[in-house]
Design a binder for this molecule. Sequence first.
Ligand code: NAP
Ligand code: G3P
Length: 487
Amino acid sequence: MINEIKNSNNECKKLLNGQWKESENGDYIEIFSPLTNSSLGKVPAMTKEEVDEAIKNSKEAQKQWRLIPMHTRVELLYKVASLLEEQADHLAELVMMEVAKDKKSAKSEVLRTADLIRFTADTAKTIQGEHLQGDTFPGGNKNKIGMVTREPLGVVLAISPFNYPVNLAASKIAPALVGGNTVVFKPATQGSLSGLYLVKIFEEAGLPPGVINTVTGKGSVIGDYVVTHPDISFINFTGSSEIGARISQMSKMIHVLMELGGKDAAIVLKDADLDLTAKNIVSGAFAYSGQRCTAIKRVLVVDEVADALVNKIKIEMEKLKVGNPLELEAADVVPLIDANSADFVEGLITDAVELGGKVIVGGKREGNLIYPTLIDDVTKEMRVAWEEPFGPVLPVIRVKDAEEAITIANESEYGLQSSVFTNNINDAFYVANKLEVGSVQVNNKTERGPDHFPFSGIKNSGVGVQGIRYSIEAMTRLKSTVINLNK
Ligand code: NAP
Ligand code: G3P
């Protein structure tokens, strides 16, 4: 329970060297629920000195952690996965209250995380180095033998976003730890209570002191200091493209892994199964109010089937449950994370309407709840054609053919994923080959899972590849030891 790491003033502690400690300067940030506006607790607003102490301790702890046998690290991860399952209801409740996610999705985030951690442990056992013979290169000889091993990088800085406060924290922490790194974990401020609860579970599982230390505080205040700290060896970041770009400009001579924003397109060709397409588009665009990097954020449909598709999307959207998940348990569309986000989404809708976009469904706002909104006849002049709403608004851009859809899809600054809906396998491959994105989904909504698949974005959508095996590889380096025989 999160209360176990709070004091009587509802103030959470920080994890440092295996101990939950009170904030030293007495400064805290209060976390309010977007569902009730009530306080859920406070997290330490850490000073530079406290950040230094956390990173220094992680560096020291890594010297021992890297020596721990792989099977022991793996056993610890299995234990974490089991504890997560045992505490899933409590943690899901906190996720729901803190980031306004419906209870079912919050619980499935926690259980998916247990699966991810267990699969990470399984995968780690299969990662081996290699043995190379010197004589395969011209001029080489058999007396030279290379042993290639995977080594940890050191201290990994894991920075997670608000929208999956458990899963996108664990998908950094677990592969980093199993690779022999220690972790300094900086959760999104809105989401930090859920993040600290997750860390508590790692600690309960028996992680040695210092293997994870927490850093809390506003990214705008401590972010630059943390990401430029000389004892950080690797930054694993998920969040907006704006902050991602800032971090990659500031960090010096270290690798980064970044999952950033997206503007995923659903391209619909004339022979698509429109019922399947409409269902996928609606769940892809509106689940958790579109607050997912992989949400479908624009539809590019060929003229011949545009009217029929818009009509089917409208019918599917009318089935969406909209409201506060405390009152409507299975709500698909919930209040956005804060008023700024709702203002931003509303601004996109207003701009589109002023420029001639037709609101087919929605367009209504109550507080931070934006009703699911479908805008037809969107043109390239409208902001909603290009900007990531991170909210429940879906623009439809009508195109004359697949070529025009590909052109508009690729004109985006983002390159996370795209879908193509068609019953013609040749057309599916043709379009997929031309799309500048990390993944293409044929006849399915865009989505990250299953979590062992490679997940990457190009252009402003990211740097490097996540996905269980790929994440472990990204957070380890190859080292060669060369044996030179003399006989
Ligand atoms: P965000 O505002 O960029 O914040 C992400 C994280 O960065 C938070 O922990 C934040 O801390 C921290 N941060 C802020 N300023 C920083 C700085 N100067 N230096 C270091 N860290 C800093 O993003 P968000 O609103 O949480 O998440 C939404 C965005 O994330 C969307 O653009 C979405 O597409 C993207 N996202 C991408 C993926 C993907 O896999 N591609 C997945 C999920 C989300 P504070 O909370 O304290 O500000
Ligand atoms: O925005 C978070 C991203 O990782 C999405 O995951 O499973 O909702 O596609 P998913």
